[in-house]
Design a protein around this ligand. Structure first.
Ligand SMILES: [Zn+2]
Ligand SMILES: [Zn+2]
Length: 206
């Protein structure tokens, strides 16, 4: 049994579209059965101090709280993990997808296509030329047929599928998760696990 992570969650602190009160997030995540989660705001990455403060306030020092970001590109949204908050802030909105992915990977991070088959927000056939590390195949924001399409896309691209909540409401946090082979003590460990495909999609938890 590995560690259960939700890799895609937005809070109202930095994502205006989210209703999630960040001070309740960790308690909800533990209730959902998660060992850790990654806060991925739109175009913003929580710095270490902000994460540490939230963990301390929650009184759950062993919970694995990390941050990445969701970046809007010219082809679709990209989840980026393992780079610095400064590097995240340097991507202009609508930047070229290939440029973002290459830059993230050069900096030691990983790039994941967010909801690639979501109606209105999907990638087109050019996704075949993008060197993603994985693609998101299930979330609260992908309908069942969009999830099936995303799994088929992952298979044809020979990429692993990541199942995350993309939660914007508290009850959705931890609704979907991946099971990652541990030990995981940092975002760098989590990125390694993604690159090595040392994880399994667990889909919807309940
Ligand atoms: Zn949002
Ligand atoms: Zn999102």
């Amino acid at each position: 049994m590995g560690l259960l992570f939700d890799m895609h969650v937005h809070t109202r602190r930095h994502s205006p579209c989210s209703e999630i009160d960040e001070t309740q997030l960790i308690r909800q995540a533990i209730k959902a059965g998660l060992d850790g989660l990654v806060i991925t705001e739109h175009s913003y990455q929580w710095p270490q101090e902000e994460l540490a403060e939230l963990l301390q306030a929650a009184g759950e020092p062993t919970f694995l709280l990390f941050s990445g970001a969701e970046i809007f590109s010219d082809q679709g949204d990209i989840l980026v993990y393992g780079i610095s908050p400064e590097a995240v802030s340097q991507f202009p909105p609508g930047d070229e997808a290939l440029h973002i992915i290459r830059r993230v990977q050069k900096l030691g991070g990983v790039a994941v296509a967010a909801h690639p088959t979501r109606a209105g927000l999907s990638y087109d056939v050019r996704i075949r030329n993008l060197p993603f590390d994985a693609i998101e195949t299930e979330s609260c924001n992908l309908k069942p047929h969009e999830q099936r399409l995303a799994w088929r896309l992952a298979e044809s691209l020979e990429l692993p599928g990541i199942t995350s909540s993309d939660a914007h409401t508290l009850e959705n946090a931890g609704a979907y998760a991946v099971e990652v082979d541990g030990p995981i003590h940092s975002m760098a460990h989590l990125c390694n696990a993604i690159r090595l495909r040392a994880f399994r999609a667990r889909g919807k938890l309940k």
